[in-house]
Design a protein around this ligand. Structure first.
Ligand SMILES: C/C(=C\C(=O)O)C(=O)SCCNC(=O)CCNC(=O)[C@H](O)C(C)(C)COP(=O)(O)OP(=O)(O)OC[C@H]1O[C@@H](n2cnc3c(N)ncnc32)[C@H](O)[C@@H]1OP(=O)(O)O
Length: 352
C-alpha cells in the first residue's frame, strides 16, 4: 500500500497518535525545580540581530570605543537580549503547550556586564499555581527563572513570570472572573504633561521637580514605530530557542483567539524600550517590575512607545549616572496598550 496516496494518508493521520510537546497545568507542582535542556551561547551575532531589529542602537553595544567609555571591555550582551534568551530557553518545558504570557516582575541583572561567548544555562522553580476563574480551561502558573553563566554558575538574569497554561482537565467555575470585579478607581490623569528637555539624568530630575510644583506628570511619547514582520514575529523568538507555536505556526494559530501568529512579548517590549532609549542617555539597566502584556501584537501591527517618569535619585553604581524609574507603555497603531512595565535604569549625568 502507498501511504502517500492522499486518501490513505488522510486516514493514517486520523488513526495516528500525536506525540505531544509541552506540559499541562497539572504537570506543575509548587516547589518543582526544572533544569532546562536547551542552552545557547550568547553571541555578538545574536545580540546584534536582536538589537538591530528592535531599534536598540545604543553605541556602547555596537562600538568598542563607546563601550570602553562606559567602562566595558567590549560591547556587551544587552540585557533585553539576555532576558529574551533566558525566557526563550524555558518555553519548551514551561509554556509550549500554549496559553498566554500574562506578566513578569522582579527582572534583575547583576552590575557586571555579560560578554559574547558566555554560555547560558537556565533553571526555573514553580512558585505558584492558581485556578483561573475567568477561563476554566486554563490554570495560572508562576515560575522563578534564573539564567546562569554555565561556566561560573553566576546568575546573569532572574525574574518571576506568570502564564496561563492549558489544563488537561478543565474545571467548573462560574466563569465570572475575580479580576473583572475590581473597579479601577485610581487618580485621574494630570491636566498637564511635561516633557524632559533632553535625555540626561538632570533632564528627568528637573522635569519631575517642575511637575511637582505644577501638579503635572512627566509623560511623553516617542516618535518611532516598528511594524511587525516575519523577522520580528517568527525569526527573533526562534533565535532564542523559543518553541511557542504562537510565533511560528500559522496553521495552528489560525484556530486560536488571535487567528494568527503573534509577536513574542520580549520583542514587543524590547522594541518599545528601544524607542524610549533613543530619547535618553542610558547608562545601565537595573531591572523591570510589574510587566504585563495586555493584548496580542501580530504581523502588520506597529509598536510605538509612551513613557512616564516616576522617580529620580542621584545615586547610582557610577558617579557618572543617576537612577531613574520609568513606566513604559507599548501601544499599537490603534493606540491600544499592548505592554506596560516599570523600569529602573541608570541614566548618564550631563557632562560638565
Ligand atoms: C513568551 C510567550 C509565550 C510563552 O510564554 O510561551 C509570548 O510572548 S505570547 C505573546 C505575548 N502575550 C500575549 O500576547 C498575551 C496578550 N494578552 C491578552 O491577550 C490578554 O491579556 C489575555 C487574553 C491574556 C487576558 O485577558 P483578560 O481575560 O481580559 O485579562 P484579565 O482578566 O486581566 O486576566 C485574566 C486572568 O489572568 C490573571 N492575571 C493577569 N495578569 C496576571 C499576572 N501578571 N499575574 C498573575 N495573574 C495574572 C487575572 O487575575 C485573571 O485571573 P482570573 O482568570 O482568575 O480572573
Amino acid at each position: 500500500m502507498d501511504w502517500t496516496d492522499p486518501d490513505t494518508f488522510a486516514q493514517a493521520l486520523e488513526q495516528a497518535e500525536t506525540k505531544e510537546k509541552g506540559n499541562y497545568f497539572e504537570n506543575f507542582e509548587e516547589g518543582d525545580v526544572i533544569e532546562h535542556d536547551p542552552g545557547l551561547t550568547l553571541t555578538r551575532f545574536g545580540n546584534e540581530q536582536w538589537m538591530s531589529q528592535t531599534l536598540n542602537h545604543d553605541p556602547a553595544y555596537w562600538r568598542t570605543d563607546a563601550a570602553r567609555a562606559r567602562g566595558f571591555e567590549d560591547p556587551p550582551i544587552h540585557p533585553d537580549y539576555l532576558t529574551a534568551a533566558t525566557l526563550g530557553i524555558t518555553v519548551e518545558d514551561l509554556s509550549e503547550k500554549g496559553g498566554y504570557f500574562l506578566g513578569r516582575t522582579d527582572v534583575r541583572f547583576p552590575e557586571a556586564p555579560v560578554y559574547a561567548g558566555t554560555e547560558l544555562h537556565v533553571e526555573s522553580e514553580v512558585v505558584n499555581r492558581a485556578t483561573s476563574s475567568s477561563r476554566p480551561e486554563y490554570g495560572i502558573v508562576s515560575w522563578r527563572t534564573r539564567g546562569k553563566d554555565a561556566e561560573t554558575g553566576d546568575v546573569l538574569c532572574s525574574y518571576e513570570r506568570t502564564n496561563m497554561i492549558p489544563r488537561r482537565d478543565p474545571v467548573a467555575t462560574d466563569g465570572s472572573g475575580a479580576a473583572a470585579a475590581e473597579a479601577d478607581d485610581g487618580p485621574e490623569l494630570s491636566d498637564e504633561f511635561i516633557t524632559p528637555d533632553g535625555g540626561y539624568y538632570e533632564d528627568f530630575a528637573e522635569a519631575l521637580e517642575t511637575a511637582a510644583d505644577e501638579n503635572a506628570a512627566v509623560a511623553y511619547r516617542h516618535e518611532r514605530g516598528r511594524t511587525q514582520d516575519d523577522v520580528t514575529v517568527a525569526s527573533l523568538p526562534l533565535s532564542t530557542l523559543n518553541t511557542a507555536k504562537q510565533h511560528h505556526n500559522v496553521d495552528v494559530m489560525a484556530d486560536s483567539p488571535s487567528g494568527d501568529i503573534v509577536t513574542y512579548g520580549d520583542v514587543t517590549r524590547s522594541t518599545a524600550l528601544g524607542h524610549a532609549r533613543s530619547d535618553e542617555e542610558t547608562w545601565r539597566e537595573v531591572g523591570f517590575d510589574d510587566e504585563s502584556f495586555h493584548t496580542f501584537v501580530a504581523v502588520g501591527d506597529t509598536v510605538y512607545a509612551f513613557t512616564r517618569v516616576l522617580e529620580a535619585e542621584s545615586g547610582a553604581s557610577s558617579d557618572e549616572a543617576g537612577t531613574v524609574r520609568f513606566e513604559h507603555i507599548a501601544f499599537n497603531q490603534n493606540d491600544e496598550p499592548v505592554y506596560s512595565g516599570t523600569r529602573t535604569a541608570e541614566i548618564r549625568k550631563r557632562p560638565n
